[in-house]
Design a protein around this ligand. Sequence first.
Ligand SMILES: *[C@@H]1O[C@H](CO)[C@@H](O)[C@H](O)[C@H]1NC(C)=O
Ligand SMILES: *[C@@H]1O[C@H](CO)[C@@H](O)[C@H](O)[C@H]1NC(C)=O
Ligand SMILES: *[C@@H]1O[C@H](CO)[C@@H](O)[C@H](O)[C@H]1NC(C)=O
Ligand SMILES: *[C@@H]1O[C@H](CO)[C@@H](O)[C@H](O)[C@H]1NC(C)=O
Ligand SMILES: *[C@@H]1O[C@H](CO)[C@@H](O)[C@H](O)[C@H]1NC(C)=O
Ligand SMILES: *[C@@H]1O[C@H](CO)[C@@H](O)[C@H](O)[C@H]1NC(C)=O
Ligand SMILES: *[C@@H]1O[C@H](CO)[C@@H](O)[C@H](O)[C@H]1NC(C)=O
Ligand SMILES: *[C@@H]1O[C@H](CO)[C@@H](O)[C@H](O)[C@H]1NC(C)=O
Ligand SMILES: *[C@@H]1O[C@H](CO)[C@@H](O)[C@H](O)[C@H]1NC(C)=O
Ligand SMILES: *[C@@H]1O[C@H](CO)[C@@H](O)[C@H](O)[C@H]1NC(C)=O
Ligand SMILES: *[C@@H]1O[C@H](CO)[C@@H](O)[C@H](O)[C@H]1NC(C)=O
Ligand SMILES: *[C@@H]1O[C@H](CO)[C@@H](O)[C@H](O)[C@H]1NC(C)=O
Length: 698
Amino acid sequence: MHVSTTYACTWLAALVAVANCHIDRESIVRQYNLKLNRSHPNSPLQVGNGNFAFGVDVTGLQTFLPHNTLSSWGWHNSSLPTTPNQTSIYDFTGQDWWTHGRLVNYNQPNPAEKDISQWLIANPHRINLGRVGLWFGGRNVSENDLSHKSQVLDLWEGSISSSFSLNGSQVNVRTIGSPDTDTVAVEIKSDILKTGDLGVFFDFPYASGKNKFDAPFVGLFNATSNHTTTLKSKKNSATITHTLDATSYDAVIEWESDARIRRASTATHKYVLNPNKGSDTLAFTVTFVSQATKSSGTFEEVAESAINWWCDYWATGAFVSLPTSTNSSAKELQRRIILTQYLLAVNGAGKDPTQESGLVNNGWYGKFHLEMVFWHLAHWTVWNKWDLYDRSIGVYGRFLPSSYDRAKHQGYQGARIGKMSDPSGRSAPGEINSLLIWQQPHPMWFAEMEYRKYPTQGTLQKWDKVLTGVADFMVSYAWYNQSTKVYDLGPPMYPVSENTNPNQTVNPAFELAYWRFGLDIASKWQTRLNKSVPASWTTVKDNIAPFPIQDDAYVLYEGIEEPWTGDAVSDHPGLLGLLGWLPPDPCFNLTTFQNTVHKVYATWDFANLYGWDFPLLAMAAARMGNGEQAVDWLLHPNNQVNGVGMPEGGTRVPTPYFPASAGLLLAVGMMAGGWDGLDGPIFPQDWEVEVEGFQKAM
Ligand SMILES: *[C@@H]1O[C@H](CO)[C@@H](O)[C@H](O)[C@H]1NC(C)=O
Ligand SMILES: *[C@@H]1O[C@H](CO)[C@@H](O)[C@H](O)[C@H]1NC(C)=O
Ligand SMILES: *[C@@H]1O[C@H](CO)[C@@H](O)[C@H](O)[C@H]1NC(C)=O
Ligand SMILES: *[C@@H]1O[C@H](CO)[C@@H](O)[C@H](O)[C@H]1NC(C)=O
Ligand SMILES: *[C@@H]1O[C@H](CO)[C@@H](O)[C@H](O)[C@H]1NC(C)=O
Ligand SMILES: *[C@@H]1O[C@H](CO)[C@@H](O)[C@H](O)[C@H]1NC(C)=O
Ligand SMILES: *[C@@H]1O[C@H](CO)[C@@H](O)[C@H](O)[C@H]1NC(C)=O
Ligand SMILES: *[C@@H]1O[C@H](CO)[C@@H](O)[C@H](O)[C@H]1NC(C)=O
Ligand SMILES: *[C@@H]1O[C@H](CO)[C@@H](O)[C@H](O)[C@H]1NC(C)=O
Ligand SMILES: *[C@@H]1O[C@H](CO)[C@@H](O)[C@H](O)[C@H]1NC(C)=O
Ligand SMILES: *[C@@H]1O[C@H](CO)[C@@H](O)[C@H](O)[C@H]1NC(C)=O
Ligand SMILES: *[C@@H]1O[C@H](CO)[C@@H](O)[C@H](O)[C@H]1NC(C)=O
């Protein structure tokens, strides 16, 4: 089988290479295969498919470290509070804030409703589906007892091969994730299997729901009395049903050789799959499902589909080859690009937008942020990986009814997109959560990129309702100021940087441009559909407040007193999104922007920056024609990417912080594929760069 799948892979790659690739992608990708000889304490190697990921230690399983098994569907609710008058989610009333002369109800924690507010923030939370590790016949083996440890993640095929020896006996483990089902396929080869002293354990944790950040490990393995597991086994398969309160799902285990499964002890949720003596191979699959379905196939069947999927992933869409043999910065950037592409296919391509820590561990209780959708998904469009983008972009349509409800509840027209979300579209209470506005025009950016690629009736229809709903909200939210005769944004609101006084924040520069951009695209959409553009859209678009400018530079918001010191320069430098992230706005002035860039460079607290700030800075530098500067930002000392390709969270968030990864690919994709007015690529002038297959940005 190994021969035939390798053949299939090479054949597919060759076909694509003949069709449209000049770069030898396979050899570049494989140069960055990860080779480890010990477990990483917090950043596991992973296999997975975007909706499901399985993190492993040096054994290729979760033997010594309980790295997580996370999915897009595994969630749990803790019991509701028992505090009087706070026992139902309908007891939560949020807070009323004055907003242009009226009280508007915001989804914010209310001190008088502390317990139910916190419950809504923490529930549902994403769960760790289970742990799968090597079992050493009851012996207490630690990682130090293993010698000759060696592990390779073959990026091109998406498989992990691990080997080590234990008391002189070699053990080989292959670990593969299915592209189609939430299945891990494992093949273990060792003489120790023949003696019955090697097997596999499965263990199931409870969900605490207590930690905003559950990193590096998710779940409680010691709260055994709070949940149940039951085992149903047949000759070559078993189903373990795990029930945590209202959440229930199955782990379906299927094996090929002669083996049996048993519960390790009634006091735990640990099960052991133990091969009968004789064979030196144990191959099995374990599939996590909310409802048991048909068989997920054998190890070899999963391996074949995974290898084909991964080769296809690498061989299609865009690719960039940097001068890695002559320049160490180019080499580091290429490393990050390749590892990031692997990690985002595993962690950032599910049915819902990506959690900031992907499927590695939990941040914000496992929820995802709708303002971050831009950073998580935009790169797929410029890299021409539309199938992966398509998996979750439907979120705007799915959440449209709740977005309409949100706007209506606050007395606005249209659909107001939420913030920190679970798959139902419910947004978690939070002061910042309820007052950010930069998530609103994202669908316009995506729709327009999609239309540039697929200028069809289908694309127009697909986005019409969402763009109309969101534009109606944006228009209704903009407030006509009688004295200045322009439309103001806020107060109260939070701009991209989340540390201003919301009651004083009005007309932030980036949001003004993004509002105009969004309304412009929504209007074009109506025109393309041969419908008339609502007059109110045009009125607001043409009369949005002017950009706030002080001393010939754009400033964070209108009237800010100290724009270049303190808090104003310590959070996301959203101002620089005016050119790079966005195409130049009709009111954009390049001289003013250059002055702004100089101010930002001279004053910003770069030690406090993290995540997508660096791609943002790089995109602005690239749009100003400075490829060297752009690369410097991407490789800035505060923008570290660890040995397995995961972006370090720094002091503010745990590792990994995937918006940094997705932002890197967006910035590189724009530098490689260009934008309207620039055919690209734009990298340091002395770099020989080869690019293929990119989609131009706006
Ligand atoms: C493990 O890998 C590291 C980094 O590549 C290397 O420095 C070290 O010598 C290796 N250790 C063993 C025991 O092979
Ligand atoms: C958690 O509770 C909320 C509110 O009752 C409900 O909408 C949601 O479906 C529940 N989720 C899970 C995973 O039980
Ligand atoms: C709960 O609500 C009832 C009815 O509004 C009220 O009389 C009672 O004081 C409340 N109890 C607490 C503990 O707030
Ligand atoms: C903003 O104003 C509201 C009243 O509308 C008040 O409750 C709130 O505390 C203020 N927030 C800040 C940060 O000043
Ligand atoms: C297993 O061995 C480790 C040291 O290798 C030790 O810390 C641990 O307590 C042992 N566990 C048991 C259950 O004996
Ligand atoms: C390795 O072999 C030694 C000597 O036979 C034995 O004492 C030890 O327990 C073995 N270690 C493991 C992890 O099996
Ligand atoms: C259970 O484990 C957690 C860490 O995972 C620890 O904080 C807690 O104290 C443990 N509880 C008990 C009852 O042992
Ligand atoms: C487990 O259940 C007990 C009894 O209901 C409860 O006191 C405890 O808080 C629960 N543990 C967790 C982690 O939820
Ligand atoms: C790599 O390229 C960058 C950008 O041109 C340049 O600044 C740097 O000196 C080069 N490094 C080496 C080692 O050539
Ligand atoms: C109208 O705009 C002016 C200038 O920006 C501002 O000072 C004033 O507060 C605004 N009016 C209201 C009622 O918000
Ligand atoms: C709009 O009208 C033009 C000209 O009549 C026609 O070619 C086009 O197909 C129409 N587009 C839509 C979306 O109906
Ligand atoms: C751009 O702003 C500068 C001042 O920063 C001004 O001198 C120039 O006239 C402006 N350009 C345009 C086209 O408005």
